[in-house]
Design a protein around this ligand. Structure first.
Ligand SMILES: Cc1cc2nc3c(=O)[nH]c(=O)nc-3n(C[C@H](O)[C@H](O)[C@H](O)COP(=O)(O)O)c2cc1C
Length: 220
């Protein structure tokens, strides 16, 4: 039976333990990559970079962000099939904005040179609004990367996978491990993906808890 997307929004849960023997099939990994690539972002800024680890060595490198300060997250990184580090650009400089524009041109989004100029101006306007300080800009760009993370979690569930979003990671340690700052990026969070251990993943059988509509929604 086919389910609508709300089924997966309610079915997904933060996995607390993985079955280390179960690996995500290659064609499903490709779909995970598509989710990362096709996320929306303000002015199509796509300010992200992802590190996807699937080998024991690669995953071990990601535990540089957990072993010391957040050891409770380490087993999931080691046992999950795939681990994704979400990193975000710190500054959208002119070269990057130009790269975006040229990509859109190549992808056929500009029937006329005027269309291209218009988008260039619109994007520069919104980016400028968020460049009041380097921190404000990095925060704005990080919000875009978090949107991607949200879509990724729902998408992974719809692909039949279990996942764990982790802010319990030492982002400074990850930045060092992967040389991210030198490249103009900072890590934000990690998401592990795979298949949960049906015996030890206690969160799978707990009921979901969410605030009621009366608290979170005003319909006018
Ligand atoms: C950005 C983000 C960071 C999180 N960090 C962690 C974490 O480090 N470790 C963990 O076990 N759960 C983490 N969680 C899971 C949340 O506790 C969980 O999403 C929340 O309790 C709702 O439960 P559910 O995901 O099972 O629906 C994180 C969730 C999000 C969205």
């Amino acid at each position: 039976m086919e389910h609508d997307i709300t089924y997966y929004a309610k079915k997904r849960h933060t996995t607390k333990a993985y079955d280390a023997d179960k690996k995500i099939p290659a064609e499903t990994v490709e779909k995970l990559k598509e989710l990362l690539r096709f996320s929306p972002s303000s002015v199509n800024s796509q300010p992200w970079h992802f590190i996807m680890a699937s080998s024991p060595e690669g995953k071990e490198r990601v535990t540089a962000g957990t072993d010391e300060k957040y050891p409770f997250n380490s087993p999931s990184i080691r046992n999950a099939s795939h681990v994704v580090v979400f990193a975000s650009r710190l500054h959208a400089d002119d070269a990057f904005l130009n790269q975006l524009l040229e990509q859109e041109d190549k992808d056929g989004r500009y029937p006329t040179p005027e269309n291209k100029e218009q988008t260039k101006g619109g994007r520069a306007f919104f980016v400028g609004l968020n460049q009041t300080t380097p921190e404000a800009e990095a925060n704005w760009l990080a919000k875009q990367t978090y949107l991607n993370l949200g879509q990724f979690l729902l998408g992974a569930a719809a692909l039949g996978l279990d996942a764990t979003p982790m802010e319990g990671v030492d982002t400074e340690a990850l930045d060092k491990e992967f040389g991210l700052r030198e490249k103009g990026f900072a890590s934000l969070a990690v998401v592990t993906v795979g298949y949960h251990d049906t015996e030890i993943d206690y969160n799978a059988s707990l009921p979901k808890s969410r605030l009621p509509y009366s608290e979170i929604l005003s319909e006018i």
